[in-house]
Design a binder for this molecule. Structure first.
Ligand SMILES: *Cc1c(COP(=O)(O)O)cnc(C)c1O
Length: 426
């Protein structure tokens, strides 16, 4: 019997046996006990599966990771302490010193910085391409040492929609996997693996938690990429790992298990960005209602976008649910049931108008956050991007009067009334 995604949200990942807890147990333990050192030794050699230290793996995390993997239609998943750690691990697991990554330029600022500054210092080069580039432009970005392609289903904050099939085709033609950050769409609205993506990442901090309570991340591997067929490109997966007695991940764990096992065994071991079991439990509470909440976030986003789109103090609105949006056609294909609750719009009157508008909002709070049950908003020019000049802002496609609103779960009429009265004050 194949369960629908709604049922997977509620019951996926953890299936209690007779007399076991109905809710997932929080295994609040750093360590695990064994009868013999031979038993424990097998775990250290990756000869047996089991738990020995929570810096690498914990049962609570694994229940939640298994649920997210089920939701995405992947083979295996893992949790990380943040979305930043998820994206770093997903990329660094296959692209290291002297390697190269092709990435959409329309991605989260933190990931842009991770690739263009921090990973550059580690010797990983990146070429950014426009999300709506032609297939020729995309293919031209690849080099002999390219190890993966990266993009976001719906980009934060630009709200562009990735043509996943186009990016997957180019990646596969060059013998590398496509990694898609699916944070904004969530698997409720898009499952990138169904469109050819190989690895999916999440900031679970956003809709998956959905209550502004817990920072976290997740990585899901589709288990479809044939590492051994491109063994020269992926020595980390296809040649023996001396730090685990010479096992070869792609041989020992196959297509389904190699990527996540290596990521856990090497990167979690050495960088230690594990999610805490307590926080994994909170994320699971969010997941139990994800399918119910996403519908309301999208309904509110659509209504607010339509209201703003017809207001004379607004220059333009970015929301792929609007037929006038340049990404509407892609949204119809990849996001037929809705996109997300995040809407951005430019106010006439720039920075000053934005400041007056935001000051007068009563329900919608000024926050550096999105995808919360409570609506919030941000003016990049006076917050996240305040070091930029007016000209730099225009170049980056972030006009001074741009405001990003994350529509929460409140009543849409109340949100529109709040926005309306604040617009009147300008
Ligand atoms: C927030 C976000 C991240 C970073 O996640 P954290 O949990 O804040 O570390 C990565 N990608 C996207 C698309 C995001 O929105």
């Amino acid at each position: 019997m194949k369960n629908s995604i709604d049922t997977k949200c509620v019951q996926g990942g953890y299936r209690p046996g007779n007399g076991e807890p109905r809710q997932i147990p929080i295994v609040q333990s750093t360590t695990f006990k064994y009868d013999t050192s031979e038993d424990m030794g097998k775990l250290f050699d990756l000869e047996a599966s089991g738990y020995f230290y929570t810096r690498l793996q914990n049962p609570t995390n694994d229940y939640v990771a298994a649920k997210i993997a089920e939701l995405e239609g992947g083979a295996m998943g893992m949790l990380t302490s943040s979305g930043q750690a998820a994206n770093f691990f997903a990329i660094f697991n296959i692209a290291t010193n002297h390697d190269h990554v092709v990435a959409s330029s329309s991605i989260y600022g933190g990931t842009f910085n991770l690739l263009s500054v921090t990973m550059a210092k580690m010797g990983v080069e990146v070429t950014f391409v426009e999300p709506d580039c032609t297939e020729e432009e995309l293919n031209a970005a690849f080099r002999d040492n390219t190890k993966c392609v990266f993009g976001e289903t719906i980009a934060n904050p630009a709200l562009t929609v990735l043509d996943i099939e186009k990016f997957a085709r180019a990646a596969h033609q060059h013998g590398v996997p496509l990694i898609v950050d699916n944070t904004f769409a969530t698997p409720i609205n898009c499952r990138p693996i169904e469109w050819g993506a190989d690895i999916v990442t999440h900031s679970t901090t956003k809709y998956m938690d959905g209550h502004g309570a817990t920072v976290g991340g997740a990585i899901v591997d589709a288990g479809k990429f044939d590492w051994m067929a491109h063994a020269d490109k992926f020595p980390g997966l296809c040649t023996p790992d001396d730090s685990y007695h010479g096992i070869t991940y792609a041989e020992k764990f196959g297509k389904e298990g190699a990527f996540i096992t290596k990521c856990t065994a090497q990167l979690m071991r050495d960088f230690g960005s594990i999610q805490s079991p307590q926080h994994a439990f909170y994320i699971n509470l969010g997941l139990e209602s994800l399918h119910v909440r996403m519908a309301r976030h999208c309904e509110n986003g659509q209504k607010v976008a339509e209201f703003l789109n017809s207001h004379d103090k607004v220059v333009h609105v970015n929301y792929c649910g609007l037929p006038s949006d340049p990404f509407h056609k892609l949204a119809m294909k990849y996001l037929p049931n809705g996109s997300c609750g995040v809407v951005s719009f430019e106010l006439k009157g720039g920075r000053e108008a934005a400041s007056v508008f935001m000051k007068n909002l009563k329900l919608i709070a000024i926050e550096t956050h999105v995808a919360d049950a409570r609506s919030c908003c941000l003016n990049p020019a006076t917050s996240t991007h305040r070091q930029m000049t007016e000209e730099q802002l225009m170049e980056a496609g972030i006009p001074a009067g741009l405001i990003r609103v994350s529509c929460g779960l409140e009543n849409a009429d109340d949100l529109i009334a709040d926005i309306s009265q604040a617009l009147d004050k300008i």
